[in-house]
Design a protein around this ligand. Structure first.
Ligand SMILES: [Zn+2]
Length: 424
């Protein structure tokens, strides 16, 4: 589990955010002026998704959508909407009514529940300003921006009154769970429309700009974005807070974690909280450790080609973030998955054996223009980065880093007891 940079740390963060806002505005039914700043600059080279140039147009009036407007008391049966402005207003009113109903529904579940829930109020958050209700379907612009950019940790969400207590979901009865899921889905399909957002033709460019090269959850699979002749390959976007529990966070940028398909799939619907990659990582607090199964330390330092079956990988854990670290290891099956890579670890052991300190010094001396430090030589020999800030640049970066520093320590220990003088 490797930390990734939030968009705020990108060099082209303004360009990124402009494109993101454009895609959000295309997906949500809110008024464009509630989404954009007055001095909004449309991003250059945008891929237009409809024929409306840069204008955000109201929804298409399909039969189902018409029904939805009627069902949510936005229009009455037989109403003919004439202008785009009228349609836009009705779109915004639909969002208002759906969020109002969602809040009321949750309130009724909260009050019937025995769980001491954290106070939660998405409705007031979006539709009140200084305690006063906004009219015409307008949202609190500042709060909408906060919703779109908030971090997903519990403290941040609970300060905004947007956190739902974990126990609340667990304690719901089966029929309540089903019903809530349906209501969440409605919100997801008609207000915080993630599908529309993720199908926007600009999504690949947006994801590419985030620059996440390897899945932060497993650090095993590349998450590269490539486009050719209109077709693209890109990573999936995991919702750190599940979009069926938190439909109103479905478009929030800090809730979208570029990840591999495997991790995205196995994490879906899991309630236990894993490490939050925009803020947290395993780091020094949870490291890979290779162990000889039979306890024979010489396995780690002697030439033992193909000893992959004689060694195993374990995590060495400290006390920090214990619960989320354990959840991450369990949910992503990290220990089991990484133990399928003991062949690579076996190669690392051999690599460490043949690349002695003297040899590294020689390379450094012979190629002074190529390498500035011993670490740079080691990185080439290991085909990986050893700098803690750059472990996410290559698959298995953390594994290689941790095993390499474990071996450095083992060698130092073993040198002392003279085990290391058996070259062939
Ligand atoms: Zn992954």
């Amino acid at each position: 589990m490797i930390k990734i940079k939030p968009y705020t740390e990108l060099t082209n963060k303004d360009e990124f955010f402009n494109l993101y806002l454009y895609m959000v505005a295309k997906a949500v039914p809110f008024y464009p002026e509630d989404v954009f700043d007055d001095d909004y600059v449309f991003p250059s080279h945008i891929i237009q998704t409809e024929d409306d140039s840069y204008k955000i147009s109201p929804r298409n009036r399909t039969k189902e959508y018409q029904q939805l407007l009627i069902g949510n008391n936005v229009i009455s049966l037989g109403t003919k909407e004439k202008t785009n402005d009228e349609k836009q207003k009705n779109d915004a009113l639909l969002a208002h009514n759906m969020i109002y109903n969602f809040q009321n529904y949750l309130d009724s579940l909260f009050s019937a529940s025995s769980v001491n829930y954290t106070s939660f109020d998405i409705y007031s958050f979006l539709y009140k300003e200084n305690g006063r209700e906004l009219t015409g379907g307008h949202v609190n612009k500042g709060n909408l921006r906060t919703l779109l950019t908030t971090h997903m940790n519990k403290t941040a969400l609970s300060e905004l009154k947007l956190l739902i207590n974990d126990d609340f979901f667990v304690n719901l009865k089966e029929d309540q769970k089903k019903d809530l899921k349906k209501k969440s889905k409605n919100l997801l399909y008609h207000v915080f429309r993630y599908e529309a957002f993720s199908q926007n033709k600009n999504i690949s460019r947006l994801v590419e700009m985030l620059g996440v090269k390897v899945c932060p959850y497993c650090n095993r699979l590349f998450t590269t974005t490539v486009s050719k002749s209109g077709k693209t390959v890109r990573p999936q976007l995991d919702h750190y807070r599940d979009k069926s529990d938190y439909p109103f966070l479905a478009l929030s940028i800090m809730n979208l974690v570029p990840s591999c398909g495997v991790c995205n799939l196995i994490k879906s619907n899991k309630k236990d909280e894993v490490l939050y990659p925009y803020e947290e990582e395993m780091g020094d607090n949870c490291t890979f450790h290779v162990k000889p199964k039979n306890g024979d330390l010489s396995l780690l330092i002697g030439v033992q080609p193909d000893n992959k079956d004689k060694i195993e990988l374990k995590f060495k854990k400290g006390d920090e973030n214990k619960e989320r670290i354990n959840n991450s290891i369990d949910i992503f099956k990290l220990e089991e998955l990484y133990n399928t890579h003991t062949d690579i670890v076996s190669d690392l052991l051999l690599n460490r054996y043949i690349c002695t300190d003297e040899m590294i010094d020689d390379i450094l001396q012979n190629f002074p223009k190529l390498f500035q430090s011993r670490q740079e030589v080691k990185e080439i020999l290991l085909m990986s980065k050893l700098d803690k800030e750059r472990l996410g640049e290559r698959p298995l970066g953390k594994l290689i880093h941790d095993i390499s520093s474990q071996l450095d320590k083992e060698y130092a220990k073993i040198k002392l007891i003279g085990l290391l003088n058996k070259k062939e």
